[in-house]
Structure formats: C-alpha cells, structure tokens
Design a protein around this ligand. Sequence first.
Ligand SMILES: Cc1ncc(COP(=O)(O)O)c(C=O)c1O
Length: 358
Amino acid sequence: MRRLTLRPNLVDFFSNDYLGLARNKKLYSLIDRKLSAQTGNINGSTGSRLLSGNSDYVEELELFFAKLFKSPKALIFNSGYNANLSILSAIPQKEDTIIYDELIHASLKDGARLSFAQRFSFKHNDLKDLEAKIQKAKGEVYVAVESVYSMDGDFAPLLEILELTTKYDAHLIVDEAHSTGVWGEKGNGMCCHLGIEDKVFARVYTFGKGIGAHGACIAGSELLIEFLINFARPFIYTTSLPLHSLVTLKVAFEYLEKEISLQAKIRSRIKLFRSLIEGSKILSPLIQDSSSPIQVLRISGNEKAKAAAAAVQNNGFDVRAILSPTVKEGEERLRICLHVFNTDEEIERLVKTLVESL
Ligand SMILES: Cc1ncc(COP(=O)(O)O)c(C=O)c1O
C-alpha cells in the first residue's frame, strides 16, 4: 500500500532538486524582494486564465518563456501533469494515433487515455520498434518521448527519433521535465541544446525539478497554443497559478542564467559518482548507463531492493528503492539523484555504504 511519509533528516540523494534551487536562500530573498514590489492579486489568481485568472504578469512571463525556449509561443500550466494531460487529450483526434515510449511518465499515459485517438507504446528507445509502429499508424501520428527518462535517467535518442518522425510526417512531443534547467543555454533544456527545437511539434518544460519551483509550460507554434487554450480541459477548467509562483519562476530562471556554472557543477558530481561506482567490482555490474543526475543501481526483487535502501538510509542517506509494479518485475532498483549540494565527501561515503550494503 502507498503511504505518505515525511522526509527524514538524511542527506538528500533522492529529490528532484538537482541544482539546489528549491533550497537556495539567496534565490529565496531575490523572490521575496520581487514579490514585495508587486501589486494586484498578490495572494491568489482568483480564477482560470480564460476568466479572472489572467494578468499582464503571466502574459509577459509567457513571452519570456517563448524567447527562452526559442519557440513562437509558450503557454503556462499549473503543473507538468496538467501540461502533459492537456497536450495528449486535446490535440490528437479520433482518427489519429498516439505512439509513446513504454517508459514515459504517467501524465502522458493518462493524457493518451483521455484522448479518442488510437494509442500504443513502443519498446524503450527502440528505433526499429518505433518505425514499425509508425508504419502501422492511422491519421496524424503523435510520438511522445522524454528527453531524460525519470526512472532510468537515460536519454532518448532525440536526433534519430526526429529523423523518423520527419520521414513519416509524424509530430514529435518531448517531455523535458528532467532536462529543464540542467541542459541548454540558460537551462532551456535538451531540444534547444541539440538545436532541434524548431522541428519538434511540442516541448513540455516542468519547473518542479531542476528549477526548484512549480508549474510547467508548453512551447510550440501559435496554432498549437491557440488550440490548447480552446480545447485543453486541464488548462481551461482550473484556477491559474498565483502571482508568487509566477514571480518565483521568473526570478529562478534569471538566477540560473547568472549561475549557469551550476550545470557544470552537477556534471562534476555525476562524473565523480560514476567513476567511484565503476571502480567497484560489486557496484559496476549493477549500474545503468546514465549521464544525467538520475542514477540507477539494479537490485532485482522488491525485498532485496527495500533491504538495500534501508541499509543505506540507516547510514544517513536518503535513497529510495523503486519497486515493482512501478517498474517491471525483475527491474527493481535503487534510484539515486545527485545534486549540486551533495559534497564530494558525501558522495564518497554513499558509494562506500553501497559497497558495504550490497
Ligand atoms: C517525466 C515527467 N513528466 C511530467 C512530470 C509531472 O510534472 P509535475 O510534477 O510538474 O506535475 C514528472 C514528474 O512528476 C515527470 O517525471
């Protein structure tokens, strides 16, 4: 059974706060100062975007995001869950087909379930399977992938996937949840980093992970954004984000632009962690290939994975086991998230503890 638990006071190797922005005191003061200067509905937005919840501030922020994410338009959503639900439930029509990587996030799967389009998955990162599925698809074809996979930390082969979607005139949707902030100039994600942003039908950026805040936005064409405003029910029928969430986003991205060395810092943490793991006879066969802050040690079996997590937690580290059925049986794991605030010494101690516990 799932249970709500409070976070223990352990070293964080678990949260999505890769760049440490959620706990950054300097950023907090900057946000506080900006907020104090605001007027208008400062506590709540008072309604949905289409009614009383629109404002100059949110429209200006969307222009800021369109520029940042190099797209004609951007539309802000209350969460990544809402954004993903919106795009797949609103855009593909009854005669169309949604094809998604089997490992995509639940929010995209739920969006596909709400759509009247046909839907099927393709094997994780398997281009042959994707091509075979596209060849069988009817109507307009939408292919949904993540740039960095949340449970495995690996990348989608975006350039190759784009080649396929271009070849078959399919529309590519990229969920950038785990690359927002961490990749790209000014933290604008993997598609911008690869220079393919204008060839992707829709990009979903979420702000609860690398940006340390909350909310999301979809970047795409004017037509896409207009369509979402008119037909995306998770956008239309909900109270929009309050001003403090919007100010937080603006200030966090401005802060990241100035402190872009945080990206190099997280990569140095990843390099250190992987070099220590690869130097261990016990751990190196268990580690999955990943150069993202999400690192996975495969420990087959729920009981074994739970015991390993408990042993690591007893030594002061917040690391969690990911069990089946969240992942397939036999693919249970310890999911370790690295952060800029994890010191070299903490990473070394974590790896030592893992060696002793496994
Ligand atoms: C890949 C992916 N997409 C979307 C989401 C949902 O984003 P949010 O937490 O902003 O609702 C998450 C995380 O929860 C995620 O990991």
